[in-house]
Write a protein that binds this ligand. Structure first.
Ligand code: NAD
Ligand code: UDP
Length: 310
């Protein structure tokens, strides 16, 4: 098949490109390189199955493809808050452009949604049936509400125009090719530890997240895209739940750093707890994660060590 990945030069998009090319598909990677880099796809540029197009998903596009994976959107709070209006335009207009293209060329279209649609959840763990608790006017809203609106668009195009959709809700995912500057917790802690800088835990560090290794996530993407029984939304994530203090302590132990753990102010609307209920993914896709946090952290640490030149 010929497959378009928007956001294909980012952390997840570039791993997805690797996977689809390994499965003998042709991949068109579209990216405006806002948070993605040519470095993430450098090993693919000479591959005849791979093509890079520098383009913004906000502007319409035409390509003949069989499938579309829509991943274009900054994912870290630092990056998506950098230009909040652009972030919401990317989610909403990017979704409209992908859905319009899918409708025209009769392609199956995948949306990379997020656990952020649950906001600061008051149901734990979060099943897909939970509608969420989201502040519509806060610092995180450009991302959360943009992704919620994109889900609405996906389901409206599906109901109204019969577009063949798949929607995944991704819980915090980490691994090699995350940007060392993007401010997400796993990359921050590892880079700080490797540089011997203070490890910045926001608030008292009791807030929780569930961390999925990228290879497990990509397997979940492809499983959802390749089956006919459900369109989603389906949670894909690792149900192992850790406090940020526990994560910091693990990174300290695994890197052997002498960095100190320090506390900074908690950002506004920071969700207190997050863990996916993955019953649906298990039942409908036969999917569950396989990489434990310590194992994934070790390979991620090795990646950043090489990246930072040590
Ligand atoms: P990333 O920042 O590495 O990748 C996003 C990619 O989209 C980058 O290459 C960026 O340059 C590109 N992009 C941004 N705006 C664009 C635009 N207007 N036009 C074209 N390209 C644009 O982040 P990631 O972790 O790889 O996330 C990929 C997708 O998965 C995003 O949609 C994100 O919201 C979603 N997601 C990721 C996580 C996670 O934990 N990694 C969790 C939930 C959802
Ligand atoms: N966090 C932290 N120190 C950092 C970066 C993040 O303690 O240097 C916390 C952040 O406040 C949040 C959690 O780690 O509670 C996950 O943050 P991230 O930005 O990775 O993702 P999200 O909040 O979108 O889940």
């Amino acid at each position: 098949m010929r497959i378009l990945i928007t956001g294909g030069a980012g952390f997840l998009g570039s791993h997805l490109a690797d996977r689809l090319i390994a499965d003998s598909h042709d991949v068109i990677c579209m990216d405006n390189l806002f948070t993605g880099t040519k470095r993430n796809i450098a090993h693919l540029v000479d591959n005849p199955r791979f093509e890079f197009i520098r383009h913004d998903v906000i502007d319409s596009f035409k390509v003949e493809v069989d499938q579309i994976y829509n991943l274009a959107c900054p994912a870290s709070p630092v990056h998506y808050q950098h230009n909040a209006i652009k972030t919401i335009k990317t989610s909403v207009m990017g979704a409209i452009n992908c859905l319009g293209l899918a409708k025209r060329v009769n392609a199956r279209v995948f949306q990379a949604s997020t656990s952020e649609v649950y906001g600061d959840p008051d149901i734990h763990p979060q099943p897909e049936s939970y509608w969420g608790s989201v502040n519509p006017i806060g610092m995180r809203s450009c991302y959360d509400e943009g992704k919620r609106c994109a889900e609405t668009l996906f389901f409206d195009y599906h109901r109204q125009n019969g577009v063949d959709i798949r929607v995944v809700r991704i819980f915090n995912t980490y691994g090699p090719r995350m940007s060392p500057e993007d401010g997400r917790v796993v990359s921050n802690f590892i880079v700080q530890a490797l540089k011997g800088e203070d490890i910045t835990v926001y608030g008292d560090g009791s807030q929780t997240r569930s961390f999925c290794y990228f290879s497990d996530l990509i397997e979940g993407f492809v499983s959802l895209m390749e089956q006919e029984s459900i369109v989603g939304p389906v949670n894909i994530g690792n149900p192992g739940e850790f406090t940020m203090l526990e994560l910091a302590e693990k990174v300290v132990a695994l890197t052997g750093t002498r960095s100190k753990i320090v506390h900074h102010e908690l950002p506004s609307d920071d969700p207190k707890q997050r863990r996916p209920d993955i019953s649906l993914a298990k039942k409908a896709l036969g999917w569950e994660p396989t990489v434990p946090l310590e194992e994934g952290l070790k390979t991620t640490i090795a990646y950043f060590k090489e990246y930072l030149g040590g």
